[in-house]
Design a protein around this ligand. Sequence first.
Ligand code: NAD
Length: 248
Amino acid sequence: MRLRGKVAVITGAGSGIGKAMAHRFAAEGAQVLGVSLSDSAARVAAEIGGSATGIRADVSDEDDVRRMISTAEEKFGRVDILVNNAGFGGGLKPLHEQTTENWDRVHGVNLRGVFFCMKYGIISMRENGGGSIVNVSSATAVVGFKHHSIYGAAKAGVNQLTKAAALDYADDNIRVNAVCPGTIWTGLVPMAQESPEPPPGIWRLPGIPMDRWGLSDEIAAAALFLASDEASYITGTLMPVDGGYSVG
Ligand code: NAD
């Protein structure tokens, strides 16, 4: 049990990567507070059972984020681990077709939301002797992806929040790292909504050096390592989990 007794707040825990993280962290002994926009995090918590709890909160709303952290403190006593996973691609198209509204929407959740969660998570962790933050960034923060200008810019911002905060709080015993997923199968691709794994015809993904999709569980495994005490001397790292995509 690599997270025995730890309290973990996981945003975007209602589906996809965050759902896989909630299950994995709980299986490793963490008390999980999952957060999502809808009731989906509460449903995931019910699947997990035990002390797992799911609440609704919008990470782009500062009051909601304060409430999210205070809920964890009231229910579990503290926050040891914060995974900032809530996010979305949002209107992927060429830059000249993008709108100010979409910039605000995408950056409101993917970047400002991470800022709010880090800020209030760090305030709580400092009062309790430290903690570990894992931000879910993206390969798009590292290499260019067609039609991903706004999303990629937000995720690149997440990488810089990660590095600067790692330096700011290294002597507060707070580690801050990020995972940068590549193209991950979350079961939500419209053509295969019912399938927990990519069907054989689309399992292979040309253009990825490892020649396949990544899986939510593979992102959860990387986040688990960074969140756990096994990574006790690692801070400020941006870990690609992308089948080699960002190497070349
Ligand atoms: P998903 O849509 O399956 O899950 C997103 C979760 O975030 C949902 O639970 C949703 O309720 C929640 N959410 C969205 N907006 C929110 C808000 N304002 N406040 C609180 N919760 C909110 O997506 P996913 O594919 O599992 O993506 C998870 C993370 O991984 C995102 O940050 C995404 O940018 C990143 N990512 C995904 C991929 C991929 O290929 N799936 C690749 C790189 C990075």
